[in-house]
Each structure stands twice: as C-alpha cells, then as structure tokens.
Design a protein around this ligand. Structure first.
Ligand SMILES: [Zn+2]
Length: 416
C-alpha cells in the first residue's frame, strides 16, 4: 500500500470551527455522502499520557457519542503513538481522533500469526485508518510541558487512494480507477496480463511502474530533473527502479515516457500543469530511460552473477565491490541493488560500498588538485628538462628553477 506519490485530502480550521463540527462533518461525509455503512466504522480518541500529564480527550469521545450513531464500544481510547500529533520536540500539538473502517474478517492478512486478534490498530488489513482528525490545542514548551494555545486549530488528513479503494470496493489501491488506466496501458505495451495478485512478481512490476510514473512526472513538471545529487537523484533512483521493473515485464526499450498520455487523461483535469508540461516531461523521461537503458541489461547480467556468488557464500551477502561496480559502471543506485538483493533473500555489504564510494571521492578530489597544479603552470615558460641522466645514473646534481607554492609558480624565496 505504500506509494511514492499520493493525494492527501483534508480540511482546516484556523481559530474557527473545532471538534464538534469536525467530527460531525466527517461522519456526514462518510455515511450520508459516500454511503459507507455506519456499522463498519470505528473512532479512536487520545487516552491521555501520564508522562506529560495530558488528559484523555473526553471531549472528543463525548462528541462522537452525541453527534453520531457510534455505540460506546466502537469509540476507543488509544495512546500517544496513534492519537497525539506533534510537529517536533516543541511547538503546536494536540490530540487526534481517527476514523477506522472494518473491512470484514476475510481481509485479515495476519491469520497465520499466532495470537493475532483483529482489532483497530492491531496491524492487519481488516481494520484500516480512513481519516485522521487533528485538534491542535496545545503548545509544547522547551521543558516538555503543555500549555493551552490562545486559539484552536483543526488539520485533518485522508488519502484519496484509500478512500477510492474503500468506495470502489477494491482490495488494493492499485485496483481503483486512479491506477488501473495506467496499469492497463502497461499491459497493452508489454502484452502481459495484470491479475491483481499481491504476491505475484509480475503484478508487483505493474504496480511499481504505475506508482512511479506519477511521482516522476509530477516532480519533473514541478522542475526537479534527474541528476546525481539531492532531489534530482531521488527522481533518478525512482525512474531507474521503474525501468528495471519494465525488464521484469520484458520491456527492453524506453517505455515510461509513453505513459504520459494516460497519466494526463487520469490526472490532467485536477492538475493542469501535468497536461501543460507533458511534452517536456516525456522528453526528460525518455532521455533518462535511454541513457540508463544502454547499461541496464548488461548490469542485470552482472547482478545475476554477483547474486549467484552471494548465494554460495556463507553470509548471503553481495560484496561492496560488486555493488560499487554496478553503481559506478552501470548506473545502478545502491537502493536498486538492495531491492533486487532482497528479492533473492540476500543482503548488500553497504559498509564496504560506502568505503569504496569514499575512496572514489578522494580520488576525484586529488585529481582535481593535480588539475589545479597544472593550471598554476599555465603561462609559465620553462626550459625543456634534460632528463637523460635517469637512464645512466642513480644520483645527479641539479638546479631548482622554481616551485609551486600556494597554487602559484614561485622562482624566488625559500623552499621549506
Ligand atoms: Zn486480523
């Protein structure tokens, strides 16, 4: 269910409405407007925390009872981890109230775990969080204590992809109309079928590509282009990972850029910038795919033999040398090598990789130094050196005509 790009829905109040309206409206939207069966919904509120003397949010619990048809047993008091929002160590913060939905016992994916009992916040897929209502009413001071803010604020958040899956009665966000048009296009291009199976390697390639094309396209449209540094490298890594998953579907030519039309179809109305800049985005993606594509297939062969070697080794680890070679010669970001390693139950020696990376940086720095030494001799005219003596004798007496001091050529002074 993890996405590299998602759409967050929400509503905010700055010193205007507070808990009562937020709870009432969230309930109305889910049950009256979206038609979700109220019997499937649960609410959680903050249970308080002794360590910082914060009180349980009885106010929110009472409002859930008063304003909705939720019975008391489906209003749960939960801890700080899920039900208290903080921006940082200090500053505005406050209790949250979450709305969860029970998707039914069939949806539990932890049945095989001994002692597992399906419940809100128990970690299985039967209960999922739909909406988080954050009530910002405190300010945390340096010494950790809470003081009441002079005004109350509301910040709520809900993932569109998850709402879509619930409302369209799909098991996965990827099966909704947000992703299926992209997945269907990939299917047409590759001639492979998508079967909505969460354990299938081929299906997960479809999902990765459908997720990544959104991230890459929006980032490029917003001005982040693939590069070797910072946010540009994040985009490069995501794009290269998508290209590699294309190989899982037997697509060996650049294909990601061909998804732009379907992306514009599904998202262009809400985000006109993606339609306006689609030609530019497509060109950037194609160039990046083409450049990585030149080394990708050969790199995959190198990876395969590195993985076979690792499988035979005692600690099942891909050497730093192999990971570095894949990075340096074939453009495989370390996290891509790591991901492919995990698919084969192997690890990567990240420490050795980092050492090789550092050594390469040091070499680059000293190469730069040598280059700058040569630069400092430009414009200096020196007599040609007669070095024939090196073939004849072990020692020789010679005369120093000059030296490079602080980046400049010197002929006078004292040589220390
Ligand atoms: Zn369960």
């Amino acid at each position: 269910y993890h996405h590299t790009f998602f759409e967050m829905l929400g509503n905010w109040s700055f010193d205007d409405y507070f808990k009562a309206e937020t709870i009432d409206w969230a309930w109305q939207l889910l049950t009256d407007v979206y038609g979700i069966d109220p019997d499937k919904l649960w609410a959680t509120v903050f249970e308080g925390d002794e360590s910082d003397n914060s009180e349980p949010d009885h106010e929110a619990a009472t409002l859930w009872s008063k304003l909705t048809s939720l019975p008391k047993e489906r209003i749960l008091f939960c801890g700080k981890k899920d039900n208290f929002w903080e921006m940082g160590a200090t500053g505005p913060c406050g209790p949250c109230s979450e709305i969860h939905i029970d998707l039914g016992p069939d949806r539990c994916d932890m049945k095989h775990i001994k002692g597992h009992k399906c419940a809100v916040n128990a970690g299985c897929a039967r209960y999922i969080e739909l909406w988080n209502l954050v009530f910002i009413q405190f300010n945390r001071l340096q010494d950790g204590t809470l003081e009441k803010l002079p005004a109350n604020y509301v910040d709520t958040g809900a993932g569109l992809e998850r709402f879509a899956a619930v409302l369209q009665n799909k098991k996965s966000n990827y099966d909704t109309d947000l992703f299926m048009p992209i997945i269907n296009t990939v299917s047409e291009m590759s001639g492979r079928k998508y079967t909505s199976n969460l354990d299938s390697k081929t299906d997960s390639a479809f999902r990765v590509i459908a997720d990544h094309i959104r991230t890459i396209s929006f980032s490029i449209a917003d001005g982040v282009t693939p590069s070797n540094e910072g946010r540009g490298y994040v985009i490069r890594r995501i794009l290269r990972r998508a290209a590699r998953f294309g190989r899982v579907l037997d697509m060996h030519e650049p294909f990601m850029h061909k998804l732009l039309p379907v992306l514009v179809d599904t998202m262009g109305e809400a985000f006109p910038e993606i339609a306006d800049r689609s030609e530019f985005v497509s060109t950037v993606i194609e160039a990046e795919e083409a450049s990585f594509g030149r080394t990708l297939d050969r790199g995959l062969e190198i990876f395969a033999s590195a993985a076979t070697e690792a499988e035979k080794s005692k600690d099942k680890i891909i050497t730093g040398e192999n990971a570095f070679k894949l990075y340096d010669t074939f453009g495989f970001p370390l996290d891509l090598t790591g991901l492919m390693a995990r698919e084969r139950n192997l690890d990567v020696d990240n420490t050795a990789f980092d050492e090789l990376m550092e050594a390469q940086r040091a070499r680059a720095r000293s190469a730069q130094k040598t280059a700058s030494l040569a630069m400092s001799l430009s414009g200096v005219s020196l007599p040609e050196t007669d070095d024939s003596a090196k073939f004849e004798s072990d020692t020789i007496t010679t005369k120093i005509v000059g030296w490079i001091g602080d980046g400049t050529f010197e002929q006078k002074g004292t040589l220390k």
